[in-house]
Design a protein around this ligand. Structure first.
Ligand SMILES: Nc1ncnc2c1ncn2[C@@H]1O[C@H](COP(=O)(O)OP(=O)(O)OP(=O)(O)O)[C@@H](O)[C@H]1O
Length: 615
């Protein structure tokens, strides 16, 4: 495929404004990119190296290499501006390009405005130009990425200059954005995933290879099944290009064969904030682990056979950067103890001489270090806590429940396996949290013991419970009636702080400025709503105490006279237009009624401002 065709199609994709239109346009583009290649070259390499499809997919995402590949172009904005200036001719300096960038705000638009060496004039007449193909551009960019050592920066500049001189305006815009990883096409990973499914599994007309046919898989899939199959293959491979080729050539059957590979990092599963009550309500039985305060690492190791290591331990950060060289003692620790191919997930923590955890900042002194690794090893000691096992001895474990994966982890690396205890009572969880905090850790993780490992997902199966930094004593100024079996009780409570102390900063109570939800009486400013952490008994008690103070009722929402002070925990305070204080509590959690406090003792807006760091 010619690069000009891709650049032009990409512009048309970017002009779509609906999600569905964009997905369909990308699907058309991928189908064409894939088909063109099949016509021209039916002897594509299994790794897709002569195939345009994987390149087009990656380019649309602003990448030259797949996400698991740690190679980068390492082209910064300054180098890109210099290359553009040189290609634009003698009268243009890098400073001129920078000025235009300040006006346009975006490098692609700037690159498209220059006349690169007259080449595009010839190109416009369809002759004389050495047309750049997608494959040739990919090869040149890979060569550029491989430049290292003395003079590599100027060789990169030369290479990029050479490429720009061969570009039409739309190609130049695409190239500049690509090398800086700022594609701006409105095409995210979800769009590409859906487009791959659409192009090759939902409406594809090309026959799949013989194996897939023989596997008796239906050739076409329902859109949800197709998207799920693509998503799954992406989770295990982390390579959109590879997955697109597999979907095109082998359909659903091929995608299902994709599996984890030791040495190819996957995205880390992430957590949401939550409380012990949330966890017990959601999971029943909760897997409680220490939340270690360090840096996430994914360990890949294949010890090989007969002591002949097939792949020495490799360590990857949460962003899948290779941090192996910075952490030699973790490498040694793993190599000495693990004797099957494995992919483990865990946290590296800095420890003092007694092995007690040190603050997170300490681990950062080691984590990405390229120089002085040995010296720093003497200064900051590290310890690995492994909490998950994604692969062991040929078995992919992603779909197994956490309890099984953890069991496997204990067999693979008992010396570093984090403890996992099961609890179904918030009090037991609180006790575990206390123990973790007393030991100097950050808090606890509350996990669904039956959940699979879903790479890249910040779902509700992992909850992180950190101690509240502070609590706030707030006045309850409104509520919403509950639902279902709690319809007779208030469910959500609107919280306010005193604003009258600092009249100059008191929020404007002008009706026009008020949020419809904001029922704060004069002298109070709302800061959030709390519905979490309240037991059934507490709800009944609060309802009974607050009902006599209702001053207004609209639908399911009521306003109260300020009477009751409650203590609420929270994780953070953020500025927010939603509440009249101008701030909102993040993850507020009911702690209890402050029986000892009247409303005049409640916290003030000035304190909220201080807690938010604004004062
Ligand atoms: N036992 C554990 N299980 C899972 N993650 C853990 C555990 N102990 C520590 N962690 C760390 O906690 C993080 C989970 O929280 P989250 O996914 O929200 O990441 P985050 O945005 O870095 O949050 P935080 O700043 O709270 O660490 C993981 O990425 C991991 O680094």
């Amino acid at each position: 495929m010619e690069f000009a065709a891709l650049a032009e199609r990409a512009e048309r994709v970017a002009a779509n404004d609906g999600d569905i239109e964009t997905t369909l346009a990308v699907a058309d583009l991928l189908a064409d990119a894939g088909a063109a290649d099949r016509d021209e070259d039916d002897g594509t390499e299994p790794d897709g190296s002569t195939d345009d499809l994987p390149v087009v997919v990656r380019f649309l995402l602003g990448r030259v290499f797949p996400a698991h590949d740690t190679r980068t172009l390492d082209v910064g904005p300054a180098l890109c501006r210099e290359a553009i200036a040189r290609a634009a001719g003698q009268n243009v300096s890098a400073a001129d390009v920078e000025d235009r960038l300040a006006e346009r705000g975006e490098i692609g638009a700037v690159a498209a405005e220059y006349d690169f060496g007259g080449q595009q004039g010839l190109a416009a007449f369809g002759s004389g130009r050495d047309a750049l193909t997608v494959a040739a551009l990919d090869a040149e960019l890979r060569d550029l990425a491989a430049e290292s050592g003395d003079g590599s920066e100027s060789r990169k500049r030369d290479a990029l200059f050479g490429l720009f001189t061969r570009c039409s305006p739309s190609e130049a815009a695409f190239l500049a954005r690509l090398v800086l990883g700022e594609m701006r096409l409105g095409v995210g990973e979800g769009t590409v995933r859906d487009a791959v499914a659409e192009a090759f599994l939902v409406r594809d007309e090309t026959p799949k290879d013989a194996d897939a046919e023989a596997a008796d898989e239906p050739r076409l899939a329902a859109p949800e099944d197709a998207v799920a199959a693509v998503e799954r293959a992406l989770q295990v491979t982390n390579d959109y290009g590879r997955v697109a080729v597999r979907a095109r050539d082998e359909g659903l059957a091929g995608l299902r064969e994709e599996s984890l590979r030791v040495g190819r990092p996957v995205q880390a599963m992430l957590a949401q904030a939550g409380t012990a009550t949330d966890a017990v309500d959601a999971f029943g039985e909760v897997a409680v682990e220490t939340k270690f305060d360090g840096a996430r690492v994914q360990v890949h190791y294949d010890p090989g056979t007969d002591g002949d290591s097939a792949l020495g331990p490799r360590l990857y950060s949460r962003n899948m950067d290779d941090v192996t060289e910075a952490l030699p003692e973790i490498v040694e620790f793993v190599a000495e103890r693990v004797d099957v191919p494995a992919i483990l997930d865990g946290e590296v923590v800095a420890v003092d001489e007694e092995g007690n955890p040190l603050p997170f900042q300490e681990v950062l002194r080691r984590f990405r270090r390229k120089h002085d690794v040995d010296r720093m090893r003497e200064t900051v000691s590290l310890r690995l806590h492994a909490f998950d096992c994604l692969h062991a001895d040929g078995d992919d474990l992603l779909d197994r429940p956490l309890r099984d994966r953890h069991e496997r982890l204990r067999r693979v690396l008992p010396d570093a396996a984090a403890d996992l205890t099961l609890a179904d009572d918030p009090r037991a969880i609180a006790a575990a949290e206390r123990t973790a905090l007393d030991a100097g850790h950050e808090g606890v993780m509350l996990k669904n013991p039956d959940a699979a490992y879903t790479p890249g997902d910040r779902g509700r199966d992992w909850l992180k419970r950190k101690p509240d930094v502070e609590t706030l004593d707030a006045v309850v100024v409104g509520a919403e009636w509950g639902e279902g079996r709690r319809a007779e009780l208030f469910g959500t409570f609107l919280l306010a702080v005193r604003a009258e102390d600092d009249a100059s900063d008191a929020p404007d109570r002008d009706a026009a400025d008020r949020d419809d939800d904001d029922l704060a009486p004069a002298g109070y400013a709302t800061v959030g709503k709390v519905a979490t952490g309240i037991t059934d008994e507490a709800l009944a008690d609060l309802t009974e105490r607050l009902e006599p103070h209702v001053v207004d009722e609209t639908g399911t929402t009521v306003a109260f006279d300020p009477e009751l002070v409650v203590e609420v925990g929270y994780e953070d305070i953020q500025t927010s237009p939603t509440y009249s204080a101008g701030y909102a509590l993040r993850f507020p959690r009911f702690v209890g009624v402050r029986e000892d406090k009247g409303v005049d003792d409640a916290d003030s807006l000035a304190r909220v401002r201080r807690l938010a760091g604004d004062d």
